[in-house]
Design a protein around this ligand. Sequence first.
Ligand code: AMP
Ligand code: MG
Length: 428
Amino acid sequence: MRDQSAVLPGDARGERSFAAERLLAPSQAICAYFARVEIAPPPVERVALGAAAGRVLASDAIAGEDHPSHARSTMDGFAILSGGGARRTIVGGVRMGSAAPHAIDANQTLRIPTGGALPDGADAVIPIEDVDLEGETIVMRAKVAAGENLTQRAADLRAGECVLAAGRRLGAPELGVLATLGCATVEVFARPRFGIISTGDELIDVAATPSLGQIRDSNRYAIGAALAALGAEPVQLPRVCDDADALRDALRAALDGCDAVVLTGGSSVGERDLTPQIVAELGPPGPIVHGVRVKPGKPTLLGAIGSKPVIGLPGNPASALMILEAVARPIVAACTGVTNDAPLTIDAIADKLFRGREGWTWFVPAKVRNAGGRLLAEPLPLRSSHVSLLARACGYVTLGETAPNVEAGESVRLTLFSSGGAPIERSQ
Ligand code: AMP
Ligand code: MG
């Protein structure tokens, strides 16, 4: 059942280290993953527009009507028929929210506010500042051509047009358009439930005080927030100690109630790294990729039980978050149904050397400062055990396998965390 050529678990082969030459680069890892795991599109549900922010559109949004439905003025002024004489008699005014009171002829005009519906007979609007008033007559000081200072019917959106494609994440701009088109409810994909399991004998609750050797389980919070920002529903599950039976039970229970599972810790090839073994037991397909040619985060596990993804992140907090966002993100995206998912990036000038390693992908956390309009990025020393990186970094720079170094003065592209991250500092 298992295609070993795509599976690289050191320990599943009875090995206790990662052989660098067998590790996949992150993009290869994701290709290998999707070659083996078919993630079904999530179920569809209909939600009120007011509850749709952050959700993913499940069907194309088609304009049911022209917008605007009638030619509208874009200026405060007078509706006229272009051409003809400079003098027009004011025969009334257009009120916002109402049809024009009557049509006009070439000698007449109606006052019209910005957004007002153009009267029949008019083909242009002359702005108020371009006319002189003589009692109930305007004298036009400028010439306006047909179509000037107005929006034609359907100039914005045409009935039948696909305005937003299925798979688009809904945010403020999208909700604005949907509301304009009268979509009081929308069909969205159900949020995939991502179970989060932290593993490690040393972990304690965030509210507890650590004894010597203990650390607070911080990953579940960071990973939960990242998953939520990526459009998934994080489901916090009980912590598990480094015990095979406990982990097996916990993973089984997680798979029962969730669409995917993210585990942190225990993903490497040590004696107490049980995640790969348990994922292999509960498969197929089990582990698809074990070990990625990246730093930090080499001991990453990408697997599945049936069609449910199981992602084993390294325990170090900075590694766990960067691997989720930089490597495993397409798996989360596939579960949410979003298409064209891409993290936000900013370009900056390297303030210091960014040092990578030939043949490897390195994710280097960086901070950014604005020096008189120039954004300068500085690498932060990557010690994957240092959680302070999460406070100091704006995001991370991805150094590729070939020509990995970026010299000071060259440009670098920073990927921002899906939510949060240090602000850009301002320097004099
Ligand atoms: P592991 O990947 O299990 O070898 O863990 C690597 C490091 O990450 C260890 O120092 C762990 O204590 C730490 N770690 C593991 N899980 C967590 C967690 N949930 N929160 C914070 N740190 C963790
Ligand atoms: Mg551990």
